[in-house]
Design a protein around this ligand. Structure first.
Ligand SMILES: [Zn+2]
Ligand SMILES: [Zn+2]
Length: 194
């Protein structure tokens, strides 16, 4: 049997209502990714869990940590950090977990082991930042030349002129040939004329 670090034996717990077991587990949890960040497949997650034999199953309270990677959504510089969260979940025997109305708020287990990994994965996924920033005051990249504006002004703003006048230019353009003598515009199409 392969060494799955997330499997915890529960036979003793199941026999003794009220019993408690503490476990510290470390291991890879598989890649987890959202739009802005990822827990790499090679990363090691840590779960410090307390398992309580409870009515209807085993209640697991855990403190979970894992490293994440991503990039700043404004300047695209690589970022790393650590996710930390606490969860409390109920694991129920799979035999009591069947039926047309499965309890979405619990995790199943069967046999004499309980697998912490689905709970660890779910918890970490919720913690991954969707739009990480290197800092609240990140200036991002220049939309014209791509320079990192955190390193200083790139000079584009000066050479492009005041962007407020650029907006007016766009508004003016369609009106050039629509003076009082221009043919009436057909109503209802809303199509801009060229
Ligand atoms: Zn940034
Ligand atoms: Zn620039």
């Amino acid at each position: 049997m392969s060494q799955n670090p997330w499997l915890v034996p529960v036979t003793t717990l199941r026999r003794q209502p009220g019993a408690r077991r503490e476990e510290r587990r470390v291991g890879q949890i598989g890649e987890l990714s959202v739009v802005g960040s990822v827990v790499p497949a090679s990363a090691e997650a840590v779960a410090v869990a307390v398992l309580d034999s409870a009515v209807g199953g085993i209640e697991v309270t855990a403190e979970i940590r894992a490293p994440w990677q991503g990039e700043c959504r404004r300047c695209l510089r690589p970022l790393t950090g650590e996710l930390r969260c606490e969860v409390r979940e109920l694991y129920r025997p799979r035999s009591e977990h069947i039926g047309p109305d499965p309890d979405e708020d619990t995790y199943p287990f069967e046999g004499d082991h309980l697998d912490l990994s689905p709970m660890v994965r779910d918890a970490l996924l919720l913690e991954l930042p969707l739009a990480p920033l290197c800092g609240e005051d990140c200036r991002g990249l220049c939309p014209a030349c791509g320079a990192d504006l955190n390193a200083g002004p790139c000079g584009c703003a000066a050479s492009l002129g005041d962007p407020r006048w650029g907006v007016l230019d766009v508004l003016r353009a369609p009106e050039v040939d629509s003076g009082p003598y221009a043919p009436a515009e057909p109503e209802g199409t809303g199509e801009p004329r060229v």
